[in-house]
Each structure stands twice: as C-alpha cells, then as structure tokens.
Ligand binder design. Structure first.
Ligand code: FUL
Length: 682
C-alpha cells in the first residue's frame, strides 16, 4: 500500500518531489488491482463461439454430438483476428470448450476433442491458431472453458475435477499469455454424460468446482490473467443481461459501503447477431446495425464497464460478410468518436484544490493524462470545475474519469454548458463515474465553457479527465414491418428509402419505396431496405424475413396469443406436454418455424423443450423437429428451427419442458415458407 501511495504522489507530481507537498488522498473502499486497471483500459474485445454447435444449429450441445462434425473447410484464424484488429478491438476470447464438452485443442484430458475431427486430419488445434494470430496482430488472447460438461461421464462426481483442472492447466501453460479466462455459470442439469443420458445435480457450483482452488491455480500459472465468474471469486463479473449493457449507476464494487467491499469489474456481453452465440443458418437479417452497436458501447464501456462482442464464424470457418460490415462500420464510428477531445489543453478552474497544491489542480482534467487528477481537501465531497474553451465548440458526448486506483467515489454530478453567454443545464442525472462515463446529449451543444458540479461522493472526489467528444453522423437504417400483406418501411426527411424483395442487397438502383407494396402471403425471401441521402450515401441495410401471413389462421382450443403478432400476449398452460394446434387454412410448403419465448421478464413456464409436428388433414401428424431451446434464462431471444421442406396445412407446437415451473408457454410462433423447388432441367 505504501508503495502505491508513493507512486501516486510521484505520478501527480509529474516526477518532481515537492518538499511541502500536499499528501495525496488515502484510497477509499475497494480498489482495483493493477490487472483490473489495465483490463478496464482494453474497453472492448471479441468473443468467438465456434465448435460443434456451429454444425448442429444448436446453442447448447447435449454432449453426444460426433466430433466428426467439426470440419471447417476455409478456417483462417489470421483473417478473423485481422478483422478484429481493424475494427479496433483489443483482444478476443475463444470458446475452447462449450457445454457439450468437445475440446478445440488436442487435450490429454478427454478423447472428445479436435484430434477426433476430420479438420486437418485430426492434427489441428483451433486454440493454437487463434493464439498465434492474436500475437501476430498485437491483440490479447483469452479463453472460455465451460465448467459444465455434458459429455464427460464423470461430470457431477469427483473424477471430473481432475479432468477440469487439467484442462485449465493445459490452456494456461501451452498458449502464451491469456488475458482473461471465462467460467460460465450455466448448468442445465441433463446431458449425455458418457452415455448415462441423465440429469446431474452439482449442488453449489462454488463448492463442487472448488473455485478457491481454481483461482489459486490460475494465479500460479498466469498471475496477470483476469478471471471471469468463478462464483464471484474472480476479478470480473457478468453485466447482467446478454444484451451487452450494464446498469447505471454502475459500481465496479460488491458489498459497497460494508467492511467486505470488493472491487469486481463488470463486463457487458452480447452477440453481434440476434440469432444467438453460435452461427446459425439464415441469420444474416439479424445482424445488429452499427448504430445499435454504438448504443451497446455507450451502455457498457460508456458506463464504466467493458464490452465483449461475439462474432461467430460460420461452417466454413469464416465470418459472415454482414457481420464484418457492421463490425467495421461501428469500429470506424468509435474511432471517429474518440479521435478528438475538444477539451484537451483547455484552461480549467476549481472551487477548491487540495492544499492549493497545483499537482491536484483543475487543469489535470484537460491534460490528456489519465493518471493525473484534480482533488479537493479531505472531507470535501462536492465541488465545481469550469473548463474554458478557446472558441465556441460543438460536442454531444461528455466523458469523465475518476482516478480509480484510489477507489470509486463519485455518487452524483451535473453538467452545464455556456451557450451564447448563458449557462444551460445539459445533464442533471449523472450518478457514478468510475473508470469512465460517457454522457450522450440528445443533440450537439455549441458552447465556449463547460461546468462540472460534483454533487456527492463517498470521499473527496479524484477526477482525472473531462473530455468533450462529437458523435460522428451515423446513418440510421430503415425499419421494416408488415400489416396484413402490406409492406411498411419507415422514411426519413431528406433521404429516399430503397428496397428489394428478392433477397438481393438494395442500392442506388433499387426501387424507391412509395408506400404501396403488397407482399406475397408466404414470402420466401427477406425484404431489405436502405436509406440514401442527397449526397448518395447509403445506410446499412435492414433485412427482415417474414413468416407466412397469420391473419386468417385459427387455433383449436387455446393458443391465439401466440399467433396474434403481439409479443406482449402470452399463451400459457399450467402443465407440460401442452400443445397449440393451428389451422393455417391453406396448404403451404414450409421448412422452418420460430418460437419467441415470453418477453415479460419472467421465466415461469417458459418452454425450453419442444416437439413440432405438421399435418395435411389435421388427423395424421408427422414430427418435423424436436429438441431444446437453450440458454433462455440468460438470453430469451426468438429461435428458429429448420426442417426438410414439407407441405402442410396444420401445425402443432408442443412444449414438453420449461426453464422453471410445471407448465409451458409461447409469446409467438411463426412458420416460414420454403424456397420454391427448382424444376429439373434434365
Ligand atoms: C451463457 C452460455 O450458456 C451461452 O451458451 C454463451 O456461451 C454465453 C456467453 O454464456 O451463459
């Protein structure tokens, strides 16, 4: 601790020792380790889910999948990692083992691994290829090693722990520095388990896996490795949803204001694609737009956490073009946002400076040095700082930073800007700051001075930066919907909306949307649309694959809520094995259905196992799909199941199990038309 105080004093002094200098404040409450500080400065990095699930269209494998399935024909770690580097990402974390237990490296701990796969004739090592590419492109490498293992016969028993510790040891010994290791909390119970096909209960995860021992092992093997999860024994924890954002106010602290305060940083996680963490066929239309990604960034990194953004390779082992386009566009927008700090070098004054010592003066906010900081005397927990700009300047993001090595202190702040000579309140709602907070204003403000008022802090505030940034102009993308068979696409002043209905990418020569377009009742292609501004700039494309028009459909007995197009209404039954039987009124050639779980925040009676059947006459039924909807507790998204094309008039959806509770439910069920059969030319 003494050493830390000393070095903080030296930092604040810019290297010069002052004989009568004011002592820097004592750290307050929990403080981050050096590793946690460095980690927070990474801001955002990639998550890569790529394993057997890529080939089975599943989110969670059961553990009985054949390793033979893994055979990417064009896998090239180099190109993937270069793309992440080009986007400005600082690292990547790879799922070396997901819940199905298949290991993507030639582990000695189990036979269920990449040596059993045809890829590179069993001589390949996905972990090694990613680790080497990361080193080449100067980004950090991390790994995800699922504690839950649905393949291992010993899972749930003592024997599994040796297997698991061995896997940790191999990954942390043979692949160079690992910046972060992920211990996912999922444990769904049932699985293959070496052929037992049963449910295994591990009791308290912390006790079963012995995370105290796991943490010790990791610290010994790689002291700089950040540990995610591990029942709260690690360095980083989940942001709280799989949408990427973390809550605001954002405290990187657990047990706040108690003697047991602990620094635990937050990580927001989300896939770039709404379809899930692994690659799924037909998911192109579900890619999050660059604007959406910017919002996720502001709601995670901009609240003082980190962001891990999943980009999943496809079955060839390549990233989908649509994912790459969105990622790189967002990356460029982020770069432009951060490129210029309009407050840099600006003159600054404060209501109070610690012992009037210039080493803690207000100008530390605008000196571009993340370590130096302004602070008042001990006991002062509020204060005002004023920044004077050389000329009126437009900005719409204010970024603030605390010197978190001294603890997270600020509990409230306010921002004002001087516009045409008078002060205007631009943010009355600031709460936490932490490592950094980015406050986005509803519209740009042109001001020649900015005032920050700290309204509350747990101890004297230590503010290291105040930056004024400008969000680059991002073209919004259109929203596409359907009313009956009429196509609806939003329009924007000063822009034209162009669209296609044949699946092709819309551009400058595509038809202009006039508002009077009828869709087929059973569309086989997605509708795509872009905005084009007067300079000819084209927005990213919105894309929606509509299901068959449901307006005439009827349900036998119950189920109308699941076909009414309103996700807020829910079909719910109090027992499992309950069905919805739907008459589509006409026979269609279909090849997929989708299920939207309840969206009201509850998991009660949320169906997570299903059977899907079809019939031509409502009497003789054919089972087309059966299985599990995985990971709904953490990520209740719409999931699509595909099957071989078949003609049917009736469909039956049966919920056979739920995440919690005895019954089953569905917010929406959709059915999709199969593409026309090509006529043989022979
Ligand atoms: C979850 C897992 O169950 C998902 O499959 C995914 O790996 C995600 C990142 O964490 O909890």
């Amino acid at each position: 601790m003494k050493k830390l105080l000393m070095s903080l004093a030296l930092l604040a002094a810019g290297g010069n020792l002052h004989v009568n200098a004011a002592a820097p404040p004592e750290p307050y409450g929990a403080t981050p380790t050096e590793q946690q500080v460095n980690w927070l400065r990474m801001e955002w990095y990639a998550f890569v889910h790529f394993s057997l699930n890529t080939y089975t269209n599943k989110e969670w494998g059961y553990g009985d999948e054949s390793p033979k399935l893994f055979n990417p024909t064009e896998f090239d770690a180099d190109t993937i990692i270069r793309t992440f580097r080009d986007a400005g990402m600082t690292g990547m974390i790879y799922t070396a083992k997901h819940h199905d237990g298949w290991c993507a490296w030639p582990t000695k701990s189990t036979k269920h691994n990449v040596t059993q796969s045809p890829w590179k004739k069993g001589k390949g090592d996905v972990v090694k290829e990613f680790a080497e590419a990361c080193r080449k492109y100067g980004i950090k490498f991390g790994t995800y090693l699922s504690p839950w293992d649905r393949n291992c016969a010993e899972y749930g028993k003592k024997g599994y722990l040796d297997v698991y510790y061995k896997q940790i040891t191999e990954l942390l010994t043979n692949y160079g520095p690992i910046f972060e290791i992920w211990f996912d909390g999922a444990n769904g119970g049932d699985g293959y388990y070496g052929g037992a096909r049963e449910k295994r209960n591990i009791g308290k995860a912390d006790d079963y896996y012995n995370f105290t021992r796991v943490v010790k092992l990791i610290r010994r093997l790689q002291p700089d490795c950040i540990i995610w999860g591990a029942a709260g024994r690690g360095d980083v924890t989940w942001g709280g949803s799989e949408k990427g954002h973390v809550k605001y106010p954002c405290w990187n602290i657990v047990g706040k204001d108690t003697p047991n305060e602990k620094w635990l940083s937050l990580e927001g996680d989300t896939p770039i694609n709404h379809a899930g963490w692994f690659w799924h066929p037909g998911q192109e239309s579900k890619v999050k737009s660059p604007e959406h990604l910017m919002q996720v960034y502001l709601d995670s990194v901009g609240r003082g956490a980190n962001l891990i953004l999943n980009v999943a390779p496809n079955r060839q082992g390549k990233l989908d073009a649509a994912d790459v386009e969105s990622l790189l566009t967002f990356g460029e927008n982020r770069r432009r946002l951060l490129a210029t700090d309009y407050a840099l070098g600006a003159q600054a004054t404060a209501s109070e400076v610690r012992d009037n010592d210039s080493r803690f003066g207000a100008d530390k906010l605008t000196d571009g040095d993340i370590e130096s900081y302004w602070c008042p005397n001990d006991g002062t927990t509020s204060g005002t700082l004023e920044i004077k700009l050389k000329q009126p300047t437009a900005f719409d993001v204010v970024r603030l930073r605390e010197q978190i090595r001294l603890g997270q202190r600020v509990t409230g702040f306010r921002l004002e800007a001087r516009v045409n000579g008078s002060w205007e309140l631009i943010d009355n709602d600031g709460q936490t700051i932490g490592h950094q907070v980015m406050r986005k204003l509803p519209a740009p403000v042109t001001a020649d001075a900015v005032r920050l008022t700290i309204t509350g802090a747990r101890a004297c505030p230590c503010i290291s930066e105040l930056s004024l940034l400008r969000m680059p102009v991002q073209m919004p993308k259109p929203e596409i919907s359907r009313e009956g068979n009429s196509l609806r696409i939003t329009t924007q002043d000063g822009m034209t909306t162009r669209y296609t209905t044949d699946g092709s990418t819309p551009g400058l020569n595509s038809p202009v949307f006039s508002g009077d377009v009828q869709l087929p009742e059973a569309p086989v292609h997605p509708v795509k649309a872009v905005y084009v501004d007067t300079a000819g700039n084209v927005s990213s494309a919105a894309s929606v694959q509509f299901g068959i028009n449901r307006s005439d459909w009827s349900c036998k007995d119950s189920g109308r809520e699941a076909i009414d197009g309103n996700p807020a209404t829910i079909w719910e039954a109090d027992k499992s094995d309950a069905s919805i039987t739907i008459d589509m009124k006409k026979s269609y050639r279909i090849n997929a259905f989708s299920y939207l779980p309840r969206q009201d925040g509850s998991v009660r009676n949320m169906t997570d196992r299903f059977v899907f059947e079809v019939s031509q006459d409502g009497r003789k039924w054919k089972k087309m799909a059966e299985g599990e909807f995985s990971n709904l507790r953490a990520n209740p998204i719409e999931l699509t199941e595909q099957f071989r094309p078949i003609k049917a008039r009736y469909i039956r959806f049966t919920g056979t199990r739920s995440v919690e509770g005895k019954g089953v439910s569905a917010a929406e069920i959709q059915v999709y038309a199969a593409p026309e059969q090509r006529k043989s030319t022979k």
